[in-house]
Design a protein around this ligand. Structure first.
Ligand code: ZN
Length: 317
């Protein structure tokens, strides 16, 4: 149960249910991306298969380990990730497979990670088996939009809703996963991810892939630090043409993300978010036009020195 961060009330009520051997046949786990739905689904599947006498899932028995290693033959994922929807055929296939007894587990668990991508036919096919599953059958439905499921499906499931994490719950885990990050950066990611660990981790990963030039550019531009911007661009004057273009591409992407932040849409990194907060929309649009123009010149035969010199004047204006 410790594998799931936060969500204390949910964990307490599940632990009590497991201790009393009240494990339902079907659960609907809902919450946005990165909120821990998959982690909780593994915990539930392990609790169903665990052979320990008490405090299931124990996490150490063979059954638990197979579930957590994602190799348990009786925990079956019902999805074709490359397709847009979860088809009725796939659900029917799972339904007929359900009547084959479990290989080694106590239960046969079907995990449907994109439950709200089932169309009405697929949902109706699932409903039939949710209504009268064999004793060993179990279903774990995951959804970021449970309202799209038929009310009859929802009413057949125990509904579990993931909660955002408190700062104190989230930051230690982020610090362990991103040891190079400062506390403020972790805090910023937690805040922008609205408390969902998976989203915060994705934001921090996106930042790590930014180049040094992109970081320096965004910091100087956000802070209106002319000296730093000048130093950065003077340093770039010595680059070759084919080294300059990818850097400018990254700046364009960063500025475009910042423009989206200003428009209230989610962004890709802390840098884009800081840019979006510190500059007006008009300034960001002007900057992206200037960098795009510099890129066009770099692809032509204007010298790198001249391009960087012009950018320096324009971005510091
Ligand atoms: Zn176990």
């Amino acid at each position: 149960m410790d594998r799931l961060l936060g969500n204390e009330a949910l964990k307490a009520s599940l632990a009590a249910a497991f201790a009393a051997d009240r494990i339902s046949h079907s659960y609907l786990i809902s919450g946005p991306a990165g909120s821990g739905k998959h982690v909780l689904a593994r915990i539930l599947a392990a609790a169903m298969q665990c052979t320990a006498g008490s405090s299931r899932p124990c996490g150490v028995c063979l059954q638990c380990r197979k579930v957590f290693d994602n190799v348990h033959p009786d925990v079956i994922t019902v999805d074709e990730p490359e397709k847009k929807t979860v088809s009725v055929d796939l659900v029917r296939q799972a339904r007929s497979d359900l009547y084959v007894l479990p290989n080694e587990g106590r239960r046969k668990v079907y995990l449907i990670p994109r439950a709200n991508d089932m169309n009405a036919n697929a949902q109706n096919a699932l409903l039939k088996v949710l209504e009268e599953p064999p004793e060993y059958g179990a279903f774990l439905l995951l959804s970021d939009n449970p309202e799209k499921l038929l009310p009859t499906i929802r009413s057949r499931c125990v509904c579990l809703r993931m909660s955002p994490l408190e700062e104190a719950e989230c930051l230690p885990a982020l610090a362990a996963a991103f040891p190079g990050k400062r506390r403020e950066e972790l805090h910023d990611a937690w805040e922008r991810a609205a408390g969902y660990y998976g989203q915060a981790a994705a934001l921090l990963r996106a930042e790590q892939s930014l180049s040094a030039q992109a970081k320096a550019f965004s910091e100087a531009f956000a802070a209106r630090d002319r000296l730093r911007m000048t130093a950065l661009l003077v340093g770039m004057e010595r680059l070759k043409r084919d080294q300059l273009v990818p850097i400018l591409d990254e700046w364009i992407e960063l500025l475009s993300d910042a423009i989206r932040v200003r428009a209230g849409l989610p962004d890709g990194s802390a840098e884009a978010s800081a840019l979006g907060r510190s500059r007006t929309l008009r300034e960001l649009l002007a900057a992206v036009r200037r960098v795009q123009n510099a890129r066009t010149l770099a692809l032509g035969n204007v010298g790198v020195g001249a391009i960087c010199g012009a950018l320096q004047a324009e971005l510091n204006s």
